[in-house]
Design a protein around this ligand. Structure first.
Ligand SMILES: *Cc1c(COP(=O)(O)O)cnc(C)c1O
Length: 870
């Protein structure tokens, strides 16, 4: 294989040129249909049109121009912050030029666009990603270096855009990267929260939340479009009015409160292409209309104060992951974002002067979970109440436009709005929901006469007291496709949560798109050394846009110098993480130890409690050893690293964090233990920390109760970076196993198909108190005898398992977990060469988990769109 001869990274070919070149568009000019500039003036526009930088010197000129003119500073007072801002602005300028051309091309091509509606976009940092995707990292590094700065220091200054909770928001971020990279016309629509996910501090072992005011130093990566102001109404009443044109009577909504949605655009660069899509985020502003009533009553202060309340709508992200809380402000946020986004899309469509029936040929909208589901109702309202279409014509357009991604089967995560709350805020939308429901139930009744049980199950309205609107039911009824996020999860949707809808609509409506991750951020950016090693073997970085090329790595599993380098890189990444851990916690960890990592939101279903109980068990066994000799003989030195945020109101999750920290405090300073076991809680887990952490695992834990995890994506990040998994047969672990082979993954625990029976058993056995295996009882005894501080703090955690039914089946899986951990220890310690072979073969078979593949599947099977050719 001549193309597989090793090459040094410097001699690598530059990235393969994609359909569109990096320096711009190959066509000489993109024709714009309407321009207000008279043709005789256009030559001047072209003559003075902005040029993007392409050399170190041009970058430096742009940098200095931004220091001096944008920031009003000079070489005498340019600190790292200013340098970061200037460098970002220079790069942003380049992106904007690509962005403009991309939008002109898409408009000129008049193609169908995809709109990804997500309440969360967990973007992380933008600068490093832009440098990599534009292939200007070396240039920029040299440019800032000669001007007296270190690029790595500048990159560290950027705060994360933490506009999401966890996996769902990060998925949206990976998807917009893949949409751009593959030359799709695909926009994200989201909310510009002023406060993203809170920053987590650990004080005396407890989680303390502090606000994340990420816009503190302004944000060079966003473009305020202050002229795009879309009015959004709330409350008020509905009335039947006579249509002046048709003479027919129709319903109309008169809102009583109005705010403005202002657009902020975040350019989303693709890798190895000039295609730059847009992530449009809405920010709430008071209307400029003034409450003259109040003013005339001499109440100037109050009339201004009332207006200020508008801004609170987009002030803060709700910090719950996989948990629904029916707060009015959240529904206000949802309608605000959805109404503004739809208005924007409709305005764009109307400019094309097409017939409404062609709307679904121009627009595909993906609902990321049920958060944007009110969009279904809003589009129906606009089409019927405002545009005057008849109900059925409008409804067909709606269904063809929308599709819905479900992320969870857990009841506590399903959105159900109390009917009164909903109807008060959005009275006309409630009426429309009633009409949608009535027509739908009539169809069901026709197909299944007399099946009242079926009717009540598929109804949008839950006839509980108080009554609720089931948003998942509305999303299914208003979409043409519904997908789960991994095969097991999609199968559970078809056979449990949505089985009644399968009966009504047929099984074809319910499909699967297994989640993925972008290899640009999660390999190239997170693991520079490994990505370069791979490039040196595969003949360049083409694999980053065609991840199944990794398969060729299989031919190197017997190449000892390759394996040696592979192992070195892992140690380097572990050293990098050790440094981060030292800085954050003061704890010293040894990079030669086995690094066992579990980072993700803290949740009982993800079972960090199982992990820490396992750690305690190991500690107790170590303590039983006669002396150090025996300990060293029996146990592999190991560092247990756990990180993640708990929702501020989730008491049990916070208890688990406290237990992890207390256990760490005891173990880390026990002189008997030394390097044999260390326990680290990494505070404030976020995307930029994940980029350091995911490349540094030997093994990572994905140990949710079978059937509870939708997909998981950190499992993919860890394996792509050469770590093995200890996991349950859940979510995408199933497909990871299929792709990499079951000899390369440590699976344990009960299967999803047995969970119901096991839970049932607990309900009826738990009082007899014979369900806790002795191994786990030993752990409980240690906790209860105050080994890790005041045991009363952990009473509710232990009770939830011992006497409240052990819903997450910790007792059922504990021994299986311990046994499998033993296997991990043994493999890592005694079969290191096989271990490395496992890692390499795993990476070689991870191609399937690129988010590029996800986007292709959505494009073909759900959106009916193709990449835009020039
Ligand atoms: C990938 C990622 C997640 C998702 O992790 P799971 O283990 O799949 O739940 C959550 N948070 C951050 C910051 C991530 O990068």
């Amino acid at each position: 294989m001549s193309d597989l001869v090793p090459q040094s990274p410097e001699s690598l070919p530059r990235p393969r040129l994609h359909k569109r070149t990096l320096t711009g568009f190959t066509s000489t000019e993109i024709k714009v249909i309407d321009s207000i500039i008279p043709s005789e003036s256009r030559e001047l526009w072209k003559k003075f049109g902005s040029k993007e930088f392409n050399t170190v010197e041009e970058f430096q000129a742009s940098f200095i121009s931004h220091v001096e003119k944008t920031l009003a500073r000079s070489m005498y007072n340019c600190d790292n912050l200013a340098a970061y801002q200037a460098a970002s602005s220079a790069v942003r300028d380049k992106l904007i030029l690509h962005w403009n051309k991309t939008q002109q091309l898409h408009t000129a091509k008049d193609i169908k666009r995809v709109y990804y509606f997500s309440f969360e976009f967990l973007m992380g940092r933008a600068m490093d990603n832009a440098l990599i995707n534009l292939d200007i990292k070396d240039l920029t590094k040299e440019g800032v270096n000669k001007l007296g700065f270190n690029l790595e220091d500048l990159l560290e200054i950027e705060p994360d855009a933490g506009l999401g909770n966890g996996g769902l928001g990060r998925l949206a971020a990976c998807f917009v990267d893949s949409l751009s990279t593959q030359n799709y016309a695909g926009w994200g629509y989201g909310v510009r929260y002023q406060y993203g996910i809170f920053a987590q501090k650990i004080i005396d072992g407890y989680q303390v939340e502090t606000p994340d005011y990420w816009l503190r130093f302004s944000n060079p990566w966003e473009l305020p479009r202050l002229e795009i102001q879309i009015p959004v109404d709330y409350y008020g009443f509905t009335q039947t009015v006579k249509d002046l044109k048709t003479g027919k009577s129709k319903k109309q909504w008169f809102g009583s409160e109005r705010v403005l949605a202002v657009a902020y655009d975040f350019p989303v660069p693709g890798y190895d292409t000039a295609n730059v899509n847009n992530l449009r985020m809405w920010s709430a502003q008071p209307t400029t209309e003034f409450d003259f009533n109040k003013f005339n009553q001499g109440d100037y202060q109050n009339s201004v104060a009332e207006q200020q309340k508008a801004e609170s709508i987009t002030a803060v992200l709700y910090p719950n992951d996989n948990f629904y809380q029916g707060k009015e402000l959240r529904l206000k946020q949802q309608y605000f974002w959805v109404a503004a986004s739809l208005h924007d899309i409709i305005r764009r469509f109307i400019k094309t002067k097409r017939n409404w029936s062609e709307f679904p040929d121009q627009v595909a909208i993906q609902l990321n979970d049920t958060h944007p589901t009110v969009a279904v109702v809003e589009l129906q309202r606009v089409l019927v109440d405002i545009e005057g279409l008849d109900w059925d014509t409008a409804w067909q357009i709606v269904i063809k436009t929308f599709s819905y991604t479900n992320h969870t089967v857990m009841q506590e995560a399903l959105e159900k709005w109390p009917l009164d709350l909903f109807g008060n805020l959005l009275p006309r939308h409630l009426e429309i929901i009633y009409d949608i429901n009535l027509k739908f139930l009539q169809q069901v009744e026709k197909k299944f006469p007399g099946d009242n049980d079926l009717l009540s199950k598929v109804s949008i309205i839950e006839e509980s007291s108080p009554k609720n609107i089931r948003m998942a039911n509305l999303a299914i009824i208003g979409s043409h496709r519904v997908n789960g996020v991994a095969e097991l999860h999609s199968e559970l949707l078809r056979t449990t949560l949505f089985k009644d809808f399968v009966k009504v609509f047929g099984v074809e409506k319910f499909t699967n798109v297994t989640n993925g991750i972008t290899p640009r951020r999660w390999l190239r950016e997170a693991n520079p050394e490994l990505s370069e090693l791979i490039a040196s073997k595969l003949g360049g970085f083409g694999y980053l846009t065609n991840l199944t090329e990794l398969k060729k790595l299989e031919s190197f599993i017997n190449d000892s110098s390759f394996k040696k380098r592979w192992a070195e890189i892992k140690v380097n990444n572990k050293k990098r993480l050790s440094l981060l851990v030292k800085n954050l916690t003061g704890i010293d960890i040894n990079p030669d130890s086995l690094f066992d990592i579990q980072v993700k939101r803290i949740h009982e279903y993800k079972r960090q409690q199982l992990n820490i109980f396992g750690v305690i068990h190991r500690y107790l066994q170590l303590k039983k050893c006669k002396n150090n000799e025996e300990r060293v003989k029996l146990y592999t030195p190991k560092v247990s690293i756990i990180g993640g945020k708990a929702a501020p109101g989730y008491y049990m999750a916070k208890t688990i964090i406290k237990l992890i920290n207390s256990v760490g405090d005891v173990i880390n300073k026990d002189p008997d233990i030394g390097d044999l076991l260390k326990v680290v809680f990494v505070p404030d887990y976020n995307v930029s920390k994940a980029q350091i952490i995911t490349s540094a695992s030997d093994v990572s834990e994905h140990i949710s109760t079978a059937g509870t995890e939708g997909s998981g994506t950190s499992n993919m990040k860890f394996v792509l970076n050469g770590g093995l998994i200890i996991g349950t047969v859940d979510g995408a672990n199933v497909e990871i196993t299929r792709e990499i082979g079951e000899e390369n993954i440590f699976l344990f625990g009960n299967l999803a198909e047995n969970v119901e029976q096991l839970r049932h058993n607990h309900k009826f056995n738990s009082l007899e108190n014979n369900i806790v295996p002795s191994s786990l009882q030993e752990v409980f005894d240690a906790i209860e005898s105050n080994t890790f501080g005041d045991s009363s703090e952990y009473k509710s955690l232990i009770d939830s398992i011992k006497i409240h039914g052990d819903y997450y089946l910790v007792t059922d899986d504990f021994d299986s977990y311990l046994q499998t951990q033993k296997l991990v220890d043994d493999e890592f310690r005694n079969h290191r060469d096989e271990w490395i072979v496992k890692c390499i073969s795993s990476v070689a078979n991870m191609g399937f988990f690129s988010s590029d593949r996800c986007i292709q599947e959505y494009a073909e099977n759900i959106w009916n769109v193709e990449p835009v050719q020039e």
